[in-house]
Design a protein around this ligand. Structure first.
Ligand code: NDP
Ligand code: MG
Ligand code: MG
Length: 337
């Protein structure tokens, strides 16, 4: 079985005398910077001059420099700007990475797909909280934490893993448990999961169910409740008790119908193709060139999604049921990213 590291397994001294540059002050950046600061680690935030996050970071009591200045004074440089802009930001901070410094990520895309190629004398690591930033911050303040992953891609100093563990501890992850993985495994499982199951699979399943009912003449409001709204109740049961916890809570009729009919809507070959395109880099190449072209397809898909009937029906219904909507917002913000 996989080793899980907790606070008591980690030697905090591996980060004690180091300066950490947090590049970006968004979801992960604001959380990791403040948790490190509260853990007594020397933190400098790196933001471009024009950044709208500057005042926020300063109001939180942190020192802010440009990414280049922050990186050059730091021993550990953490890339917490959006993945699509990381290669550009890297160009501006590359000179600040001295031999023995660490370049750290929270997601492996740019390293695994060769968009950033650090010098061989630099440690390249990952510390990835398995949770959106606001929860990384909120749980830390309650003396709890969110589980996290660490990975070492390049170990120039021989200290990369111990340092990553110490960092994971300082942001609170080792309170909940830290697992070691590789950049490849983290990227491939993350992309597959969000495409096939979490973000892609589930929205298309909901849409297909909704359209099937509406096309057959049922009220869109009924279809919305049945296929989208109730999904949360089912997912909550699965989250708490696994599939059996869910099956035990629904009616026997729902259980029998689900067990006998569910598989027929799943396309296993389609799933394997998704995984293949993640593994062979086809998806990554497509997404990189899509960004280079200023996202024409992305914009089209987004606008089609915005204009889908389920969005209009849902917006109206959520307004009518505002008492539930507020609750749903708070819970949605805690969903996996
Ligand atoms: P965000 O989108 O929240 O990052 C926004 C920050 O990046 C802002 O401070 C913004 O400042 C800055 N930024 C944006 N563009 C630039 C630029 N061109 N140059 C300099 N700074 C810029 O990022 P996330 O926190 O979502 O993601 C950071 C990393 O963490 C990614 O690798 C992601 O995959 C990973 N991750 C994210 C999780 C999440 O929950 N969101 C979970 C686990 C990992 P400005 O005001 O200048 O625009
Ligand atoms: Mg440096
Ligand atoms: Mg992802």
């Amino acid at each position: 079985t996989t080793d899980v590291y907790y606070d008591e397994d980690v030697d905090a001294s591996h980060i004690e005398d180091k300066t950490v540059a947090i590049l970006g002050y968004g979801s992960q950046g604001h959380a990791q910077a403040q948790n490190l600061d509260d853990s007594g680690v020397d933190v400098v935030v790196g933001l471009r001059e024009s950044s709208s996050s500057r005042t926020e970071a300063e109001a939180d009591g942190l020192r802010v420099e440009t990414p280049a200045a922050a990186a050059s004074e730091a021993d550990i440089v953490v890339m917490l700007v959006p993945d699509t802009v990381q290669p550009d930001v890297y160009e501006t901070i590359e000179d600040g990475l001295d031999a023995g410094d660490t370049l750290q990520f929270a997601h492996g895309f740019n390293i695994h797909y060769g968009q950033i190629e650090p010098a061989a004398d630099v440690d390249v690591t990952m510390v990835a909280p398995k949770s959106p930033g606001h929860l990384v911050r909120r749980t830390y303040k309650r003396d709890e934490g969110t589980p996290g992953l660490i990975a070492v891609e390049q170990d120039a100093t021989g200290d990369a893993k111990q340092e990553a563990l110490a960092y994971a501890r300082a942001v609170g992850c080792a309170r909940a448990g830290v697992i070691e993985t590789t950049f490849q495994e983290e990227v491939e499982t993350d992309l597959f999961g969000e495409q096939a199951v979490l973000c892609g699979g589930v929205t298309d399943l909901v849409k297909a169910g909704f359209e099937t009912l509406v096309d057959a003449g049922y009220a869109p409001e009924m279809a919305y409740f049945e296929c989208l709204n109730e999904l949360k109740l089912i997912v909550d049961l699965m989250y708490e008790g696994g599939h059996m916890g869910m099956w035990n809570s629904v009616s026997d009729t729902a259980e029998y119908g689900g067990l006998t009919r569910g598989e027929s809507v799943i396309d296993r070959e389609g799933m394997e193709k998704i995984l293949e395109e993640v593994q062979n880099g086809e998806f990554a190449r497509e997404w990189i060139s899509e960004n280079q072209a200023n996202r024409p397809a992305y914009k089209q898909y987004r606008s089609a999604e915005q204009n889908h009937q389920i969005e209009r029906v849902g917006a109206d219904l959520r307004e009518l049921f505002a008492w539930d909507g507020e609750d749903a917002d708070a819970d949605a913000a805690e969903a996996p990213a």
